[in-house]
Design a binder for this molecule. Sequence first.
Ligand SMILES: Cc1cc2nc3c(=O)[nH]c(=O)nc-3n(C[C@H](O)[C@H](O)[C@H](O)COP(=O)(O)OP(=O)(O)OC[C@H]3O[C@@H](n4cnc5c(N)ncnc54)[C@H](O)[C@@H]3O)c2cc1C
Length: 384
Amino acid sequence: MNSFSYWEQQGFGQADWVVIGAGFVGLQSARKIKEAYPKQRVMVLDSHAIGNAASLRNAGFACFGSAGEMLDEIGRTSLAEALQLYENRYLGIQILRERYGSTAIGYEPCGGMEVFLPEKPDEFTAIESRLDFLNKELKTIHNSDAYHVSNPIETGMRVLKTAISSPLEGSILTHQLYSCIRQDALSIGVELYEGMQVLTFNESSEWIEICLSNLMPIRTRQIVLCTNGFTPKLLPAIDLNPARGQVFVTNALSKQPLNGIYHADKGYLYFRSLGDRILIGGGRNQDFLEETTTEMAVTDTIRTYIKAYMERVVLPGQTIRFQYEWSGIMGMHENRNPIIRQESERVFLAVRMGGMGVALSAWVANQLLTIIQGAAVTDKRSGY
Ligand SMILES: Cc1cc2nc3c(=O)[nH]c(=O)nc-3n(C[C@H](O)[C@H](O)[C@H](O)COP(=O)(O)OP(=O)(O)OC[C@H]3O[C@@H](n4cnc5c(N)ncnc54)[C@H](O)[C@@H]3O)c2cc1C
């Protein structure tokens, strides 16, 4: 016999939908489901208060893929898949801006710039030779050139004199976006319960019984997993690995020369202006094995690498101190396209957001609802 009260079990023990994960994807998915089925009870459960994974731990880039990343993506997957991913990220940002307003989410249309080390001019040349091709392929998405060659010299960085700008990219303030998404979900009637870690779930013909670490029994008609990098803990066979990202923010600087978002090393390094500070993150490719983890930690290897890049390249000759440092967990795969599907009769998935899930999240939530509604047409028993 569990020790939960009659009231607790009456009040919270049963739902039509349980969304696991209160990140950008889970909250927006819950909101879409509640909007489509207003009479149904939609709960979001998360292990942590205000989330602890990626949605409040990212870099706040509103980006779709630098030219270097796109070519890398095409090489790893295919042209069609890379274009699809770019388009979905682009559409995702437009939905966020329209739904919440650019000001509310701290959106700045600052543009992006991909920079290269002076000692590696071939990296620039290889990408530049494919810019026309990329621009032609991407033009159908937003009717303008995605990339052009630019001059980064006025930033004072020790980089090659030619860079590649992506004028359509921007930045957001992550905490403001999270707050908008959370408030929006709550205001439409989604219920959010934190401190609820799902250990497993058992599906029967009528219900799914959810087993929580606090032993509170909950049963639901359907669940949606929006657990991103943590999904293998619930579905070990899923095609996705956790990938830790580490982020650092400098002290306030007396002179902050950057304006916008910057990509380097095929997107494995990224940095941006943040008021009078610089935020910089990435470096996962310095130790892929160690960074394939769900453990939240900042490591000496990555901190040393990032600090050296800051002092050699971004602010050459200056001694940098970081006032903030943290890590977050992404859901990663060779193929960065998300997994959005019906897994079984009562289980749906919206996971594997890669490194640009801020951009993807709104589009993913829309897509998930389309899949759910498609399933509702074919399966009347589920009580949609
Ligand atoms: C360091 C870093 C920098 C990034 N920078 C950018 C960027 O600049 N731009 C961009 O577009 N994207 C960026 N991303 C990626 C983006 O943040 C993520 O793709 C996005 O936030 C994923 O959202 P999500 O809702 O799918 O997952 P998450 O935000 O990871 O949310 C998943 C939630 O599920 C919960 N959960 C997991 N397992 C369980 C369980 N068993 N029971 C209950 N709850 C559970 C977790 O606590 C978590 O709150 C970055 C990510 C990281 C880590």
